[in-house]
Each structure stands twice: as C-alpha cells, then as structure tokens.
Design a protein around this ligand. Structure first.
Ligand code: GLN
Length: 471
C-alpha cells in the first residue's frame, strides 16, 4: 500500500528506484484519488488520457537505471502552461478547446526528466485573481474546508497537491498566485527570481512580473522541481544566466517590515501567528530587525497599474482571428467586439479597461510612468535593505482562506495581495511556508509565512525553509 498522505517526491524517488512500487502503480493510485475527489474540489479541468502510458515509459527508464529526480513523479500543471498538442485554456471561454502548438520550456525540461503529467489545473481566468472564483469553469474548493476558496490563481495546482491528487505541481505567480494559495492550503509555494525560470510557453499576464513556480508539500520537493525547471533560455529574452547571483554574505539577520504587518486590514490571528514564527526564527539563531520602506505601502497601488497595463497589451492578441473563439459580426470591428465581449469574463474585461486607460495618451505619464518610477525606487530600497539583512519576512496573506463568494467586491480581493506583490514588483525570489493553523468555525485553517531573498538567492529560501519546517 502506498500512503499518499506521507509521500513526498524525495521519498517516492527512493521507492521507485528501489522498485518498491512502479510509476504505473503510483500513477494509478493518483488517478483513483482524482476520480474520487475531483468532482467535489474542481481541481483539474482535464485529466490526461495517457497518464498510464507516460508512467509505463518512466518505468522502462527506471528499469534501465536512468533515474532522474522527477522520473515517474506525477505532477499537475496549471492551465496557463503550454503542452504541445494538449488543450490549454487559461480557464477562459476565449481559449476553450484551444490546442497548444508547442511545449513551454519548463515542460520540455520536466518531460526530459520523465515526469508524468496528470492533467491541467484550474486557475482564475488568465491568472487574474486570488481565489479561482474568476475561472470560467467554476471555483476550486479548499481541501481543508470546501466552503472556502483554495486561493488563486494557481488554486487548482495547490489544491491538487494538498488533497493528494498530485505529488507536485507548477503554478504561475504574477503577484502572489503560487504563494497565496499555498498559504491558504498549508503547503509550500515558490516564486523564483524574475527571469530564473523561462516564461517561454506561459500564457502571458503581466510580462515584467510573471514567474513560473513550484508547488509541493515540502521545501525539499519544491527545490527538486525548481532545479528541474530553472535555467537560462534563449527563447525568453528576459531570462537570466544562472551565475548572476547577488554577491551577498550571510549575516544571520532577518528584516521585518512591522509597519505594514501591524497596519490596517491584517487579521489579528495572522499577526499573532506571525509573531510566533518570528520567535521561532530567533530560536534558530537569527537576529530579527525592524525595517521600513518608504514606498512599500503603495506597492499594491502600482501593481494594479502595471499588471493591468501589461495584461491589456498581452491580451490584445485574443481577437478572434488568431486563437480560440471566433464570433461573427457584420464587420471586422464587430467580430472583435463580439468575440472579446463573449470570450472574456468580467474580471479580465475590468483589467483590460483599467490597463488600456492607464496606457492611453494623456494618462500614460500620470499612471503608468509614475508607477514605473516608484517601482524603480522600491527596487533600490530593497537592494539597500539586503545589504543589512539576509531575508525579509511577512505573513503571506493578511487573512485565512475566505468563504466562497465572500469577496464580491474586487477591491477587497486585491487587498489580499498586499504582502505578495512586492517580490514581483522588485523581481526577487520568495517562498510561502506553512506556519500553523487557526480554528475557525470548527475547521483548522492554515496560515503561511513568506520569506523574500536577494536577487538569485533561492538557495537562502530553501536553506531557511528546511530549518523552519523542521521546527
Ligand atoms: N491576485 C493577484 C491578481 O489578481 C495575483 C495574480 C497572479 O499572481 N497571477 O492579480
């Protein structure tokens, strides 16, 4: 019997290589679990019909002794990452039944290792949101409390790993979409340094912010996936070379922006839990220091200018002519209006309007230009802060997972991103780790802590992450 609840990628690797079970056995068990739970949780939008064939090929490689860290490991892939010949919809009606014409670089890398792709997972439409409530295909439920959201936008991938419907997963993170659901579900989510993992084959949202990130049950597993997908890629012009690390020495000091954490809108349970985590870090021998940033409180405002501006530009390619849905009007303009009006959901249309406005003549300097200026200032402030601290920590999200339908006002959902967006604005790597639970209405709901590290220093995150999770 394979116990999925305690199984990790690292353990599965050993057992697969020792022939304690086969990749086909493992994949079959996951398929069985998916069959049992997917209807209720709405994690997968599609389960691939060749999972067992993929696993069989992995078994042949294992038999030949060609082991790699992810050979035969069943993974879930967010529905914004292209796998050649398979459907990819960004959870949108405009791309319903669209077939990817090439592989994302991350998929090529995982396939080369012999990972087994189970299926594509639910997300907010075009990754716009923090709950999957903006998916055109229904909300993904939180495995800890099905009355609540799993978080988003990578909610399907995170819920899959949490509910043992995959051993690991890939998500994408433009403003927190890997870390926020990881916090809501009590698992590990990593947003790498901008450019560290190729964006080639990721359906673009905000191109200067988008990152593909690993989702797993443990830090070691997240590191295994990260190592498999990272690396320079000539197909992504913003990809960085592996050796461009910040030259920083370990100081054993952690910075905490207490102003922001003790500020308005942060749940007192989150603040309490965070204070406990800080104490644990002190036990680990870290000096914890109060730090403040002049521009941190407006990071959220500039994110909601830059991201829609870039998204509105990126989404202009969905015009009904080149990809997916096409609706006929009386003329070309009507074709566009009809296709985009029907194909895009409410939140996507809201952001296209917002972004187009921020980029329009007469407003560009006042909005987009100013937001970019503050972004640069914040980047400098972070670079300066990392001269004195190894890591900057915050809670991952200012609340526990919300109830489905609770945040019908979009602004209240945007506020949930207050701690996560900065890492994307600045481009630094960040991780969300489980930091305990709170009991609410009889349900144990997870909370998360976020660590941010200097540019290129994912190794700091993995090192401290392993120590923190062992406490
Ligand atoms: N919740 C944020 C937003 O709605 C982040 C989304 C993301 O990271 N893809 O934009």
């Amino acid at each position: 019997m394979i116990d999925l609840t305690t199984l990790t990628i690292a353990i599965a690797r050993k057992k697969l290589d020792a022939k304690e079970f086969s990749a086909v056995d493992l994949a079959s068990i996951y398929l069985g679990e998916i069959k049992k739970k997917n209807k209720e949780l709405n994690v997968y939008l599609e389960i691939y019909d060749d999972v067992l064939e993929q696993a069989k090929i992995a078994d042949e490689k294992i038999a030949r002794g060609e082991s790699t860290p992810l050979l035969g490991i069943p993974l879930a892939i967010k529905d914004v990452i292209l796998i050649q010949g398979r459907k990819v919809s960004a959870a949108s009606k405009i791309l319903e039944n669209y077939l990817a014409s090439y592989n994302a670089t991350v998929i090529d890398k995982l396939a080369k290792q012999g990972a087994v792709f189970l299926g594509r997972t639910n997300t907010d439409e075009f990754a716009m949101g923090g709950s999957t409530e903006n998916s055109a295909y229904g909300v993904t439920k939180n495995p800890h409390d099905p009355g609540r959201v799993a978080g988003g936008s990578s909610g399907g991938s995170v819920a899959a790993v949490t509910a043992n419907l995959a051993l690991g997963a890939l998500g994408s993170d433009t403003g927190g979409s890997v870390r926020l659901p990881a916090s809501f579900c009590g698992i590990v989510g990593v947003k790498p340094t901008y450019g560290r993992v190729s964006r080639h084959g990721l359906i673009a949202m905000g191109s200067s912010l988008d990152c593909i990130g690993p989702i797993a049950k443990t830090v070691t597993d997240a590191e295994i996936i990260f190592n498999a997908v990272k690396g320079h890629d000539i197909l992504d012009s913003t990809s960085i070379v592996d050796t461009t690390y910040s030259k920083v020495t370990i100081k054993k000091v952690i910075g905490v922006p207490w102003d922001l954490i003790n500020g308005e809108g942060v749940d007192s349970k989150v603040q309490e839990n965070f204070t406990q985590s800080v104490k644990k870090l002190e036990i680990l021998g870290f000096k914890v220091k109060d730090i403040s940033f002049k521009n941190l409180d407006i990071a959220l405002a500039i994110y909601y200018i830059i991201m829609p501006a870039e998204a509105s530009t990126n989404l202009s390619r969905f015009d009904g002519m080149r990809y997916g849905l096409h609706k006929d009007g009386k003329n070309l303009l009507e074709d566009y209006l009809k296709t985009r009006g029907i194909g895009f959901g409410k939140e996507v249309r809201r952001r296209i309007l917002l972004g187009t406005y921020a980029l329009s003549a007469g407003y560009y300097d006042a909005y987009y230009g100013k937001a970019q200026m503050i972004r640069n200032m914040l980047k400098k402030e972070f670079a300066l802060a990392f001269k004195n601290v190894d890591l900057i920590i915050t809670p991952t999200v200012p609340s526990v997972a919300w109830k489905i339908g609770e945040k019908s006002n979009p602004l209240s959902a945007y506020l949930a991103d207050i701690f996560t967006i900065t890492a994307n604005i600045v481009g630094v790597p960040a991780i969300s780790l489980p930091s305990g639970n709170v009991l609410i209405e009889g349900k144990k709901l997870p909370l998360g802590i976020q660590f941010m590290a200097p540019h290129g220093r994912e190794d700091f995150l993995f090192e401290i992450g392993k120590k923190f999770e062992a406490l």
